[in-house]
Each structure stands twice: as structure tokens, then as C-alpha cells.
Design a protein around this ligand. Structure first.
Ligand code: NAD
Length: 257
């Protein structure tokens, strides 16, 4: 319960890694704001469920991370935060000469620019309180590349650079900023890529998962959302107070190859 009294915002957290991170922060005692662009009864019910399970305050705030105004309004309507986890992200796969401009713009907005806008608003309160954690969910694709993912890889490399810059601007102020770089984590975003990969490689599900998707993950296993959440909680601990401006890979050895 070392995060009791801290307020966290996790963008894109009604599913996948963001939800896993929100749950681990709640388990560690933080009050949490979860978010996505929808505003359905089940989004609010999810917040109530996490609150009841972990005995912390959890709110759902709808905000579209492709909109600069919504990103800024999210942090403002939450009343600021001590822990900001920029997690919202989308993917699109196509050769660069066929890559739709609209998809490029959406990926850069949601996966990169949203972190700029939320961080810009959140830092003031963190500075006043002399404590803050900005944690950006980048990717192994923030450090390496693969074909056909130009926008995603450009955005994730951008997130790594943004994290370093924010770390330097906040150094010595009790605020750290880092990027977590997961390899493949089995979430809806990855599930959605499996049919396309099966078609492209003419393989069944198990074969395409092992031979294609996890080919660069030497452990041969997906990382879990709980492991990413646990890494976020570690970065919020006193043990991590001097870890700033860097990347932490949770990738089964991907970037060691
Ligand atoms: P996911 O599709 O399960 O979750 C994405 C979340 O972002 C959802 O909650 C979705 O509602 C939200 N979202 C999408 N567009 C949004 C918008 N415009 N405004 C607000 N919220 C929006 O995906 P995931 O796999 O959990 O991915 C989460 C993050 O982790 C992404 O940034 C992704 O790039 C990164 N990541 C994922 C993996 C992986 O293997 N799953 C690996 C490395 C990095």
C-alpha cells in the first residue's frame, strides 16, 4: 500500500495493458482515474469494480486521446495527478507507400502527441507537491523497428525521446519520467493482429504466434499486463527515485538479440 494518498491517471485503460496498470496501481493503494474515448455504463462500472476490489477511489473519465483539448481536459477534470501513465495507443500495419495519411495522423496523435499534452498539464501540480511520476508505455518498437509499422515505430521512438526530455526538465524536482518498453503482451491490440499474420504467413494460430509473432521474443512467452503494471508500481517506489530519463524493457530478451 505504498501509494496510498497518490492519484494516478492511466490513459487508454478500459482494456489491455492500461487496465492491468490501473489495477496494479489500485492494488498498491493509489486512487486511479481510468480513461478511454467511450462513455458507456460499463466503463463506469469497471471503475466501480476496481474501487470495490481494492478499497481505493476510482473514476472513469471519457476523453479522446486523439484530441489535444480532450487530453488537457482529462488531467484538468481529474484535478491533476501524482502519477501519469500515458498508455493509450493504436496500431496499423501497411507498407509506407500504401500507409493511409489518416492512419499516420491518428497514430501520431494518440501514441505520441497525447503524452505531450497530458504531461504539459500534469507537471504543474507535481512540482507544487514536489513529487511525481510520468511513465510512458512505449514499446520494444521504441528501440527497434519492423517493416510495415512506420507510424507506430516513429511514434514510439518519439515517446522515448519525449521521456528523456521531460526527465531532464524535471530533474532534481522529485519528479521522474521513464518509458517502459514491452515486447509482445497478449492484449486485444495484439489479438487483432493475429488473423492478419495468419493470412500473411498461411499458418494456423499457434504456429503464427510461436514462429512469427514471438520470433523476436527469445523467452518464447508473451509478457503479461500484470508484469507491466508491476513495473509501473516499481517506478513509483522510493527504490526508483533515481531512475529517470531511461527505458525499461519488459520484452523477454527482444532487444538483447
Ligand atoms: P488495447 O487495444 O488493449 O488497449 C488500448 C487502450 O487505448 C484501450 O483502452 C483503448 O480504449 C484506448 N484507446 C484507443 N484509442 C484511444 C483514444 N483515441 N482515446 C483514448 N483511449 C484510446 O492495447 P494494448 O495492447 O493494451 O496497448 C496499450 C499500450 O501498450 C499501447 O500504447 C501500445 O502501443 C503499448 N504496447 C502494447 C504491446 C502489446 O504487445 N500489447 C507491446 C508494446 C507496447
Amino acid at each position: 500500500m505504498h501509494l496510498k494518498g497518490k492519484r494516478a491517471i492511466v490513459t487508454g485503460s478500459n482494456s489491455g495493458i492500461g487496465l492491468g496498470v490501473a489495477v496494479e496501481l489500485a492494488r498498491a493503494g493509489a486512487d486511479v482515474v481510468i480513461n478511454s474515448f467511450t462513455d458507456r455504463p460499463e466503463d463506469h462500472a469497471l471503475a466501480s469494480q476496481i474501487a470495490a476490489e481494492h478499497g481505493v477511489a476510482v473514476r472513469y473519465i471519457a476523453a479522446d486521446m486523439s484530441s489535444a483539448a480532450d487530453c488537457r481536459a482529462l488531467v484538468e477534470s481529474a484535478g491533476g495527478c501524482d502519477i501519469l501513465v500515458n498508455n493509450a495507443g493504436i496500431q496499423f500495419v501497411a507498407p509506407i507507400d500504401e500507409f493511409p495519411t489518416e492512419r499516420w495522423d491518428a497514430i501520431i496523435a494518440i501514441n505520441l502527441s497525447s503524452a505531450f499534452h497530458t504531461t504539459a498539464v500534469a507537471l504543474g501540480g507535481m512540482r507544487e507537491r514536489g513529487w511525481g511520476r510520468v511513465i510512458n508505455i512505449a514499446s520494444a518498437h521504441g528501440l527497434t523497428a519492423s517493416p510495415y509499422k512506420s507510424a507506430y515505430i516513429a511514434a514510439k521512438h518519439g515517446v522515448v525521446g519525449l521521456s528523456k526530455t521531460v526527465a531532464l526538465e524535471c530533474a532534481g524536482q522529485g519528479i521522474t519520467c521513464n518509458a517502459i518498453c514491452p515486447g509482445y503482451v497478449l492484449t486485444p491490440l495484439v489479438e487483432a493482429q493475429i488473423p492478419g499474420q495468419m493470412k500473411a504467413h498461411n499458418m494456423g494460430r499457434d504456429e503464427v504466434v510461436k514462429k512469427v509473432m514471438l520470433a523476436r521474443q527469445p523467452s518464447g512467452d508473451f509478457a503479461t499486463v500484470e508484469q507491466i503494471g508491476g513495473t509501473v508500481v516499481f517506478l513509483c517506489s522510493d527504490a526508483a527515485a533515481q531512475i529517470t530519463g531511461t527505458t525499461i524493457s519488459v520484452d523477454g530478451g527482444w532487444t538483447a538479440l
